[in-house]
Design a protein around this ligand. Structure first.
Ligand code: BMA
Length: 817
């Protein structure tokens, strides 16, 4: 085995132009043009439209290289391209190897007879995906997403790259993954399938191998398992007819758990193909030992939809993942890790790799394995009608499915394969079900209910398949069932219902629900200059892809808050509003933990700077929602169910053991005078929701605007959580200047901020002018007379005095007063 990567410095040009420019592979035309100073930043102002020509043009990439002689001496040599985006022709030394039409596939060509000693020239041409989509769409228009360039579903390219209701129309073009020469003699591995069987506390790893061989000599396989601790385990087996199976018994397995339920020990599995003691090929995998089951059993509400890991019924706390950059290749490892770590730091244990993007790269799944994030993995189909009646299209998807299932199936984090996003729902509700489209409706059913599940079963029989999200597993009916399957609930937001509507939903598993906010002002500054800082300005509406989305934010805001006094206050309030809405929903679903087995809010991240449903913006900044997630996803959740005159105090526990503590409550005036107070002992059952008690108050209209309830959850006198409840909407509460005081101290490399208020301060936001930091908490409440202590890292290179001078603090009061 002999590899030569062909990634690195290349050249590129627009087809038909004479001059070549320097390019970086992996990469794309947009980022190469940016690096060459030939393109304005597509994310700035309205540049998205000014750079549309890039994806409407054809491009060429070229590279010359000299293969080392030992590689040339191998019996077989392949050119392998892990990712070509998308309509490419690959030409080596003037010989066309083939055309490609799927960014999700790995392409491999035999190039032994074409390679030569000395210089070789590789040329990869790309045709415009936009032109292709337009031509196909003109022949037979297919329903799709209104914000997207029409015709995208004809191409096997990440759907959202053509535009989405949070994403720009900037389809990248280029070599988006590594490409290389692979030389082999005698034989190579074509398929390695790692499986794990758990029985009576022991685990057996089986490794099934397939090979391609050009020798009559006997082949064998050796497997070396490196446990997270302890000695290496090895096993060996002879191959016969090019296939073989190696078993590795693990007698003291260290089990992998989702975040919050235990540790994430990882095993490294090295597989070698040998002949006569010589290693011909080698692959390395990272895996974790666990069982994952999707429990669907009849119960009093219908049928459960619950992930059970190592026998533990897990409440899925998470969010939806979209591609983290419109130009995926410029996403750094550090930024990707920041996003996944941010999910884990807010107690998330599941991400849904939504079907409108691409199958993520190895580094994504590495991080999910490490941080204990279960992956709900969708095939790349979303919100559109696809030409699934075309056998060539289906065959192309078959190759794509095999490539990606084989690449991901051994992952500890992989919990589910799901066919697509919202397409079954589209057939049921979005007006696709017309006489003209019946052939494609039938093709849909065949594909997602028969063809694709059969492919999944053949390649990965250990992971459950689910046809669509949402679905009740019954074609085209009950896609919004509260009895069976998963549910997307968009009454709040798209249908403009109030947040209280969340409490009327009892899904078995809520895989999507969300509410938008603007990104933080620091992020807005990257695309809009101060003269555009207005909710309905041209630029602010361009960086809002959901028609009338900005109006929707304002509309909902008027239900809860007084009108903000200026643009920065509007930005702040939009984030608080979003956090409050999702908190309200999640608290309800977690209160019904026995019935609802998970919430994945829409959406974790962004692909560019924009107003959206995300909790982390494009730059990874934590919006108020992300801080709120740390509270509403905490293993022990204190929540208040307020109805007319009663308030039920709930404790929802994701702990594996019973928990005892105390809830202290007090009815107070805004400036802290105690009107009534009491305390209740609480015993929280493990993995369950418990009512700690009921409070009843009869307040008149004036009192409602001047009174709050403060509930604290304590264990051994230490506060674990706090909830502040107002009896009138925040806009009507008679807030006074809370006189916020912050004392900033330093402990090693951390800052310690003690924040106190004389009168109730709601949604206190801390920040530093000139530095991005993540606080241990933010956008929190401080009842009168209380002090809240939060910490954050001291910004690199700063002194305490600098931090004190740069501190910014505000609360709800400052948004209108
Ligand atoms: C759902 C998602 C996305 C979309 C989001 C917000 O439909 O699956 O397609 O971006 O809602 O509208």
């Amino acid at each position: 085995m002999n590899l030569q990567s062909l990634s690195g410095a290349w050249q590129f040009r627009k087809s038909g132009e004479a001059t070549w420019l320097p390019a970086t592979v992996p990469g794309c035309v947009h980022t190469d043009l940016l690096a060459a100073g030939k393109l304005p930043d597509p994310f700035l102002e309205d540049n998205e439209f000014k750079v549309a020509w890039v994806a409407e043009s054809d491009w060429e990439y070229a590279h010359s290289f000299t293969p080392p002689s030992d590689l040339l001496a191998e019996e077989q040599i392949f050119l392998v391209c892990d990712g070509l985006d998308t309509l490419a022709e690959v030409i080596l030394n003037g010989v066309s190897l083939g055309k490609t039409e799927n960014m999700h596939r790995v392409y491999r060509w035999d190039v032994k007879s074409i390679l030569q000693p000395g210089e070789n020239v590789l040329l990869v041409t790309f045709a415009s995906p936009v032109r292709y989509a337009a031509e196909k769409q003109a022949q037979r228009p297919l329903n799709g997403v209104s914000q997207a360039i029409p015709g995208g579903p004809y191409l096997r390219k990440a759907p959202c790259q053509f535009g989405w209701d949070w994403g720009p129309q900037l389809p990248p073009i280029g070599i988006w993954k590594d490409l290389r020469l692979e030389g082999y003699s005698s034989a190579r591995l074509t398929d390695v399938h790692l499986r794990q069987a758990h029985k009576e506390g022991k685990v057996t790893l089986t490794i099934a191998l397939k090979t391609e061989s050009w020798t009559k000599a006997p082949l064998s396989a050796k497997v070396i398992v490196k446990p997270p601790s302890g000695a290496l385990l090895t096993a060996q087996a002879q191959l016969s007819n090019g296939v073989g199976m190696v078993e590795v018994p693990i007698s003291n397995p260290q089990l992998w758990y989702p975040n919050g339920y235990g540790a994430q020990p990882l095993y490294e599995v090295q597989v070698e193909l040998l002949t006569d003691g010589k290693v011909l090929d080698r692959r390395t995998y990272q895996t974790g030992l666990r069982t994952i089951r999707l429990r669907q059993e009849p119960d009093e509400w219908g049928e459960s939809f619950e992930f059970v890991v190592n026998g533990i019924p897990v409440f899925a706390k998470g969010s939806n993942w979209i591609p983290a950059d419109s130009f995926p290749t410029r996403l750094t490892d550090a930024h990707l890790e920041h996003l996944i770590r941010s999910a884990a730091e807010t107690h998330q244990n599941m991400l849904r790799v939504w079907g409108g993007g691409y199958y993520e790269e190895e580094r994504f799944y590495n991080l999910c394995d490490r941080y204990g994030i279960l992956v709900w993995q969708e095939f790349s189909f979303s919100c559109s009608v696809y030409p699934l009646n075309d056998p060539a299209f289906v065959e192309n998807v078959h190759r794509e499915a095999i490539d990606n299932i084989r690449r991901i199936r051994h992952r500890a984090s992989l919990a589910l394969w799901c066919g697509n996003n919202e397409m079954e729902e589209g057939w049921e509700f979005w007006g696709w079900n017309t006489p003209a489209l019946q052939d494609l409706k039938a093709a849909y059913e065949t594909f997602f209910f028969h063809t694709l599940p059969a492919w999944v079963a053949a390649e990965d029989p250990d992971t459950r398949y689910w046809p669509s999200s949402p679905s009740a597993n019954t074609p085209f009916i009950n896609t919004q069932s509260e009895r069976v399957g998963d549910m997307h609930y968009w009454g709040v937001w798209h249908r403009r219902e109030p947040f209280t509507s969340y409490r009327k939903q009892y899904p078995r598993f809520m895989s999507e629900f969300g509410f938008q906010s603007l990104p933080p002002l620091e992020t807005i500054k990257t695309y809009a200059s101060p003269q555009d800082w207005n909710m309905t300005s041209y630029i602010m509406e361009l960086h809002q892809k959901n028609a009338s989305g900005n109006g929707l934010i304002i509309g909902q805001m008027t239900a809860s808050f007084r009108m903000p006094k200026d643009f920065p206050s509007l930005v702040y309030l939009s984030m608080v509003l979003q956090a409050e809405g999702i908190r309200y929903g999640v608290e309800h679903y977690r209160r019904h933990r026995q019935r609802t087995a998970g919430t994945l809010y829409w959406q974790l991240n962004d692909c560019w700077p924009v107003a959206s449903w995300s909790s982390l913006d494009y730059y990874g900044r934590w919006k108020a929602l992300h801080y709120a997630a740390r509270r509403f996803y905490a293993p022990l959740l204190l929540s208040l169910l307020d109805e007319a005159n009663t308030i039920d105090i709930y404790l929802t526990s994701d702990l594996l053991h019973a928990w005892q503590g105390e809830v202290r409550w007090s009815l107070q005036s805004l400036d802290g005078a105690i009107l009534k107070a009491g305390s209740l002992p609480v015993n929280a059952e493990p993995l369950a929701s418990t009512i700690a008690g009921r409070l009843e108050f009869d307040l008149n209209g004036d009192e409602k605007r001047r009174t709050i309830l403060v509930c604290e959850l304590l264990q051994d006198g230490k506060r674990q959580a706090m909830q502040v409840l107002t009896f009138a909407p925040n806009k009507h509460v008679e807030f006074r200047n809370p006189g916020l005081k912050v004392i900033v101290g330093q402990q090693g490399n951390s800052l310690v901020l003690s924040v106190s208020a004389q009168s109730l301060a709601r949604f206190v936001e801390l920040g530093f002018n000139g530095a991005d930091v993540i606080f241990s908490d933010n956008y929190f409440d401080i009842p009168a007379g209380q002090e809240v202590t939060v910490t954050c890292p001291l910004p690199a290179g700063w002194t305490l005095a600098q931090a004190q001078a740069a501190l910014q603090v505000r609360s709800l009061y400052d948004s209108f007063a």
